[in-house]
Design a protein around this ligand. Structure first.
Ligand SMILES: [Zn+2]
Ligand SMILES: [Zn+2]
Ligand SMILES: [Zn+2]
Length: 279
C-alpha cells in the first residue's frame, strides 16, 4: 500500500510569517513553526513522490522514510509551492532526472525563468506525464481549478491508491467558481464526483476580517467559515476533510480558540505535519 504524508500545513509564507508583528506570530517557538503545504507519497515499491517544492524541504523530508525524490508534482507557481525548486540543483541536492509533472502553463514558466531553465539544462528535472500519472500502485490526476493566474494556472491533485483516494486542493479562489467549473451544486457533490475519501482543502483564512488593513480580494480564497456553512455537520458516509494552507493569522492554529471548537463540533479537522494516510 502507498503512504501519503502531510509535510506542511501553512500558507505560502509559513508560520511565523516573515515580518509579522501581530499577536499571531509573537512568542512562537520551534514547535509552533509550520512549513508551507507539501505532500510526500511513498509507493509500495519504494518510489518517492513529492507534491510542491517548498523552501523548507530539508525540514520536511525528515518526515518521510525514503527522502530520495523520484517524481515532483507542482500545482501552480505561487511562492510557497515552488520556492524550493532550486534546492534540487548543484548547490544543494545535486539531483538528476527527477520527473517533473506540471501543467503546460507551469512548464512554460519553468522554461522562461532563467534559474529554473538551468535546472532543465543540467538534467535535474525532466518534464513528464500530465495530467494523469501512473506510478506503481498510485494514480495521480491533476484537475484544473480557478485561482488567480498571474504566473501559471492551478491544478488540484487527486492521488488514488488501491483502497482510497486523497484530494489536495490547497488554493482556489471561490467555491462558486470551482463548483461551477465541474457542474456541481455542492462541496459534497464535488467530492463525490471525484470519488474522494480524504480531502485536504484550502483553509487559508477563517473569515473575511483576517487581513486587517489589507484588501482580501487581492488574495481570494473561500474562508473556512464559508466552507463550514456549505458543509454543515459531518454525516455518515462523508469523506474526511482536513483544512490545510492556513495563513499565519488563522485562529485555527490555536486549538483552544472558539473557531477550533466550532470546527471540531462540525466533525471536521485541520491537518497536521507528519499526518499519514494509507492508500
Ligand atoms: Zn498557496
Ligand atoms: Zn502573524
Ligand atoms: Zn496560490
Amino acid at each position: 500500500m502507498a503512504v501519503v504524508t502531510l509535510l506542511g500545513v501553512a500558507q505560502d509564507g509559513g508560520r511565523p510569517q516573515p515580518g509579522c508583528k501581530r499577536q499571531c506570530c509573537q512568542g512562537l517557538t520551534e514547535k509552533d513553526r509550520r512549513s508551507p503545504v507539501s505532500l510526500g507519497i511513498e509507493t509500495s515499491k519504494g518510489m518517492t513522490l513529492l507534491v510542491e517544492a517548498t523552501r523548507d524541504l530539508g525540514r520536511q523530508l525528515r518526515l518521510i522514510e525514503n527522502p530520495s525524490i523520484d517524481h515532483l508534482l507542482i500545482t501552480h507557481a505561487h511562492l510557497g509551492h515552488v520556492d524550493g525548486l532550486g534546492l534540487f540543483g548543484r548547490e544543494t541536492m545535486s539531483a538528476r532526472n527527477i520527473q517533473l509533472h506540471c501543467s503546460p502553463s507551469m512548464q512554460a514558466l519553468v522554461e522562461a525563468t532563467p534559474a529554473w531553465n538551468q535546472l532543465l539544462k543540467q538534467n535535474v528535472f525532466e518534464f513528464s506525464a500530465f495530467p494523469r500519472v501512473e506510478i506503481d500502485d498510485v494514480v495521480i490526476e491533476f484537475i484544473q481549478v480557478p485561482h488567480r493566474a498571474e504566473l501559471s494556472d492551478m491544478h488540484a491533485i487527486i492521488i488514488r491508491g488501491e483502497t482510497s483516494s486523497i484530494l489536495f486542493l490547497p488554493d482556489h479562489d471561490t467555491w462558486d467558481e470551482t463548483l461551477s467549473a465541474y457542474r456541481c451544486n455542492s462541496v459534497r457533490g464535488f467530492l463525490e464526483k471525484f470519488d474522494i475519501d480524504v480531502a485536504l482543502l484550502d483553509g487559508t483564512f477563517w473569515s473575511g476580517g483576517e487581513l486587517k488593513g489589507r484588501d482580501m480580494s487581492v488574495v481570494p480564497h473561500p474562508t473556512v467559515e464559508e466552507s463550514l456553512r456549505r458543509l454543515g455537520h459531518r454525516r455518515d458516509g462523508d469523506p474526511e476533510i482536513f483544512f490545510i494552507h492556513l495563513n499565519h493569522t488563522n485562529p485555527l492554529y490555536n486549538s483552544d480558540s472558539d473557531e477550533s471548537k466550532q470546527l471540531r463540533e462540525s466533525g471536521w479537522s485541520i491537518g497536521f505535519e507528519s499526518q499519514e494516510f494509507i492508500l
